[in-house]
Design a protein around this ligand. Structure first.
Ligand SMILES: NC(=O)c1ccc[n+]([C@@H]2O[C@H](COP(=O)([O-])OP(=O)(O)OC[C@H]3O[C@@H](n4cnc5c(N)ncnc54)[C@H](O)[C@@H]3O)[C@@H](O)[C@H]2O)c1
Length: 308
């Protein structure tokens, strides 16, 4: 094939740069517009929503909210009692819900779960990867078992669920994957070294998955991603929160957190923090050099004290 003349090559690159700048500006204007006028909430009536860790805390609250919105809720947990209670709560409110016991760290069990759910209920429209644990103590006091479990549940559990449920979403070019990261996935916190690592990993998984699908030759724009980064939610997971300025950094009720999470899913937001103002304060914080960041961390004096 004849080589492209130099002048054509240069003109083509100039055209590509102009085209890219126009598209970048359009996306920035669209994003600014969405800050003022949020995207409408999508209708999930009849959709199949699967929530892991549905037997307690935020998972339960998210599941019951989707039940009230008319979705068919697939509740997944390792804890049968809690999971059944969530299903009963949804049914009591005239919702449709199904209970499945599954350990998200067991890849074979997760693959079987996907088959069973598809056969019994149908193809999952919204996957909420919520199950997680949080051993809280200095890193040298964390046992091998605790560290392995943190990574297995919080990180690998997400990956197995994605491997099990993404293929059907790709076939239909439709679906939504929601991941529970944390503010501990956006900043380092004492007593949470493995946990912070696992929650940074969750954000990495979600960001790279979005890039991978964007570059996939198939049409994948019907698949959406939402990452949730709560700070401290009163579910019992954080036993010893230490908060210096209560008025500014309040802990959040699980119901309020779930309202914000479901709203973010319905509006197809890319990432939210709970409380929402932490989204921007964290971005400003990240502009500081690490040593200045430490001074700010000392002043704010907020975090978690160790517990068994
Ligand atoms: N509570 C917080 O302050 C907070 C803050 C930020 C992020 N998060 C994250 O939000 C998610 C939910 O937190 P929560 O406070 O509601 O937790 P929780 O402890 O109240 O509930 C977690 C649920 O996950 C289930 N689970 C644990 N291991 C499992 C496994 N291997 N397979 C299947 N299910 C399993 C538990 O049985 C439980 O029902 C977690 O990923 C957590 O890391 C929580």
């Amino acid at each position: 094939m004849a080589e492209e003349p130099q002048v054509i090559y240069v003109l083509r690159i100039i055209f590509e740069i102009i085209w890219m700048i126009l598209r970048l500006n359009l996306e920035i204007i669209k994003a600014l517009f969405r800050v003022v006028v949020p995207q409408d909430r999508k209708d999930v009536t009849g959709d199949i929503v699967l929530v892991t860790g549905a037997g307690h805390g935020m998972g339960r609250e998210i599941a019951t909210r989707f039940g009230k919105l008319g979705a068919k809720v697939v509740c997944v947990d390792i804890n049968s009692k809690g999971n059944e209670e969530t299903v009963s709560l949804i049914k009591k409110n005239k919702g449709e819900a199904y209970a499945y016991i599954c350990d998200v760290t067991d890849r074979a069990a997760v693959m079987q779960l996907a088959e069973k759910v598809e056969k019994d209920v149908g193809q999952v429209d919204i996957l909420v990867n919520n199950a997680g644990i949080m051993p809280c103590k200095p890193v040298l006091k964390q046992t091998e078992k605790e560290i392995r479990a943190t990574m297995e549940i919080n990180v690998n559990g997400n990956l197995w669920m994605i491997q099990a449920f993404l293929p059907a979403m790709l076939d239909r070019n439709s679906g939504h994957i929601v991941a529970m990261s944390s503010m501990a996935g956006k900043m380092g916190l004492r007593n949470l070294v493995p946990y912070c690592g696992s929650k940074y990993a969750v954000r990495g998984i979600m960001e790279s998955l979005a890039v991978e699908l964007h570059e996939d030759p198939r049409n994948t724009n019907g698949i959406k991603f939402t990452t949730i980064c709560p700070y401290i939610v009163n579910t019992g997971l954080c036993h010893n929160p230490r908060i210096r300025f209560e008025a500014v950094m309040k802990t959040v009720d699980p119901g309020d957190a779930a309202d914000q999470i479901v709203d973010a899913v319905l509006r197809e937001y890319h990432e939210i923090t709970i409380p929402s103002d932490m989204y921007y304060s964290n971005k400003v914080f990240n502009l500081f050099p690490p040593s200045a960041g430490m001074i700010l961390t000392d002043f704010i004096g907020t975090g978690l004290d160790p517990h068994e």
